[in-house]
Design a protein around this ligand. Structure first.
Ligand code: BG6
Ligand code: MG
Length: 219
């Protein structure tokens, strides 16, 4: 693995947007008259918007027409947008900017690999949009994580083989997608939850300075 590239998930790795997704989904659940807890919200991490709605409606045991579902998706996203359009650089998670700086210095390219259709907007809000060599988001894929599609397109943008790519992810579905793509998976968050990852760190500040040079000398 003498040449590597990095693929970053966005939500939960670079920014903590789960709290805004939670508020927006909770408003919909409140309107529909059932309880939606932070624990329920865990089930939506890394999951596409459409799939998230299905899970939420299952939790509330609510059945609605396709037309109503479309309306819910639009109103949820409007609520979510009201939060993320206020985001600024101070919401970048600890260690993320430093890690991008270290990769720039080492000449290692990185792209984004996110399930979110709002990823470009969020990156612009926090001032990181221009730093990525490419952006793969929820608009670019037809199959959601754990399908490897998002990361395989990312490898293509990096001009590298999947086995040369290192994925940073906070969601189980994302770690599975990375493994399905035959990439190195780095779990960010709870080690027990992300036990399928090849490496685990609680957050990006814990990634050792020599992490990438060690990886390039493997094999
Ligand atoms: C993922 C989040 O990054 O993006 C999920 O972890 C979210 O919680 C998904 O549902 C889709 O996001 P969006 O912004 O397209 O609704
Ligand atoms: Mg995530």
């Amino acid at each position: 693995m003498n040449k590597i590239g990095v693929i970053f998930d966005l939500d939960g790795v670079i920014v903590d947007t789960a709290k805004y997704h939670f508020l927006a989904w909770k408003k919909l659940a409140d309107d529909l008259g059932f309880e939606f807890t932070e624990e329920h919200n865990e089930l939506l991490k890394g999951v596409s918007r459409v799939r998230s709605l299905e899970i939420l409606l299952d939790i509330g045991k609510v059945t609605v027409s396709e037309e109503r579902k479309q309306e819910f998706l639009v109103s949820k996203n409007e609520d979510y947008l009201s939060y993320i359009t206020k985001m600024e650089a101070d919401e970048i998670l600890p260690g993320a900017s430093e890690l991008l700086d270290a990769l720039d210095e080492a000449g290692i390219k990185y792209v984004l690999g996110s399930a979110s259709k709002n990823a470009p907007l969020i990156l612009k809000q926090i001032g990181l949009y221009d730093r990525f060599a490419g952006i793969v988001d929820g608009n670019s894929v037809s199959k959601a994580k754990p399908d490897p599609e998002v990361f395989l397109i990312g490898a293509n943008k990096l001009g590298l083989e999947p086995s040369q790519c290192v994925v940073f992810e906070d969601a189980i579905a994302g770690i599975e997608a990375a493994k399905n793509a035959n990439m190195v998976a780095v779990g960010i968050g709870d080690e027990k939850t992300l036990s399928e990852a090849d490496y685990n760190f609680n957050n990006l500040t814990e990634v050792p300075g020599n992490f990438f040079t060690e990886l390039t000398t493997l094999n």
